[in-house]
Design a protein around this ligand. Sequence first.
Ligand SMILES: [Cu+2]
Length: 456
Amino acid sequence: MNRRTWIKTGAAALGGGLMLPTRSAAALPATFDHEAARTAQEHLWRGEALPQSASTPNTASPAAEGGDRPARVVTPNGVSLTGRRADDGAWVYHLLAEEVEHEYAPGLSAFCWGYNGRVHGPTIEAVEGDRVRIYVTNRLGAPTTVHWHGLFLPSGMDGVGGLSQPPILPGETFAYEFTLRQHGTFMYHSHHDEMTQMALGMMGLFVVHPRRALRPVDRDYAIMLGEWYLRPGTRRPDPNAMGDFNVLTMNARCFPGTAPLVAQTGERVRIRFGNLSAMDHHPVHLHGFAWRVVETDGGVLPEAGRWPETTVLVPTGSTRTVEFVADAPGDWAMHCHMTHHVMNQMGHGIPNTVGADLGPLDPPTRHLLPDYMAMGEHGMGEMAEHIGMGHMDVPENSIPMVGGRGPFGTITMGGMFTILKVRDRLTDAPGWYENPPGTVAALADAEALARDSIAT
Ligand SMILES: [Cu+2]
């Protein structure tokens, strides 16, 4: 029995036995709103702020909530939690573990588990040497704990349910307290029933700034990589998935829902990647630049060890911090280089139909198999165009496998994909990069073909 068969029969066998609190799905829109999704995509990709309902922060400046000190890290599509100073000098944080209705991209939402109304949780920011006191309130229907991944702390504060502490029962609030003896990029996540709870989104980044700045940068970004299995048309990520992840995310958003990163030409940019995917490591590739890997969650790399790369492999359970100078203006793609990780929901058990004219066979097949989406004669990009034009229906609460609108047509990627916008003069709404004349690939004319003896 292969994995797929197991999932199908296993899910049937489990039936209602999976102890997830139920909640009415009525709170979500009943049908896929093509119009709203299109409008939101257009706003996103003109570089404009979205209407309040959709979450696309301006990634130019850090955003904090519920803290006494400003955020210093930009978490695209997220916020920082910076702590409040208590009378005894400790920095106090409060995480509320709760169910959250989360939007991955316009048109695709699900009931996930997160912290403080967010999926993933906010990025915790602190400073090396801080005494931190972190309260965790469990508003879920299941016991939980929080593990502080990579941090040096007393064994009893490590957050492994059953090993370091009893689980936090529904309704209870636990306090974790320790002194930060390191600096760098770390993570936090549920460490009780973790397969389920992490699959539902219970994780976040934990950035500890050094007391004295080591390498000042102009832009400091933090991105958590994640993977989910959300069967098209359903509204709850399936924790049983082991290989069929179909929603691949940066900060729990998939393209075209990912907020672009921005920088001004010549600025020093840092990007902190964390990965808490269930099963996958993600090689994240940036176009147009070479970065240096400068830190992991184990510490700072010695200067001689900061190897240059264009793709950084972020293994699950790790962080990797890269730095580079954004010395080339443009709109630059940044994405996981696993091609199946830059796709949105799709069926994987589909026949290879590239090159075949499916003609009238496609609609009846889709009727029989609702999550069947064939590759057309020319691949998947054409499907994104069909859906974008409203020619093809997709199941409720699902988005096309690929496609956001770009300045030259459909961008045939989804999932773990975003854009770095580098501009000589950065504005609030950078829009699309205007390439200098003569610097865009274009149709070769007959004269050029003849001159260079190119036969076509
Ligand atoms: Cu990947």
